[in-house]
Design a protein around this ligand. Sequence first.
Ligand code: AMP
Length: 193
Amino acid sequence: MKLILLGPPGAGKGTQATRLTEKFGIPQLSTGDMLRAAVKAGTPVGQQAKAVMDSGGLVSDEIVVGIIADRMEEPDARKGFILDGFPRTVAQAEALDAMLAKKGMKLDSIVELKVDENALLARIENRARETVAAGGTVRADDNPEAFKKRLEAYRVQTAPVSDYYASKGVLKVIDGMAPIDAVTKALDKALGV
Ligand code: AMP
């Protein structure tokens, strides 16, 4: 199974992707996680990406397409993957199409988690609180100022990605405001499993 989860920051893509990973035994390819790992490791990509990530902006298409292309080459991604946080621009979606065509691969599903934007900041604040309670480190961009910019980036650059897939007739939309288990059920239905 090869699928894309779309939706704004805080929509629950990560939570649902983790569940799908367990269910199907395929990896979750989260560009955000990969970039955070690069920042932590201090790689050249991490050094380039850190400031823009912290402020809530988008890292360049070139960098992100490069890391996802490398990741898709790894053996565990051969039988399938869940893309989480990628593609985030139409240019990335086009680059993904080209990458998949070259590999003779096809996406099975593209699902958008539709959420009420007014609820998102509260979800992000909740995630930060839960992280602190679990003794973890809060993401540098999980604060109201960076979040505003992340939402703006979503509206301007990522919402057109949904239109891109909708115009091809391959976008499924589910209600991401429902409780987590109900979203999982709706997702299973959308995926036909
Ligand atoms: P996420 O964990 O998906 O919320 O991503 C965290 C941050 O990483 C984003 O706000 C961007 O700065 C960066 N990022 C992650 N994925 C992408 C992408 N596909 N394109 C550009 N920037 C990205």
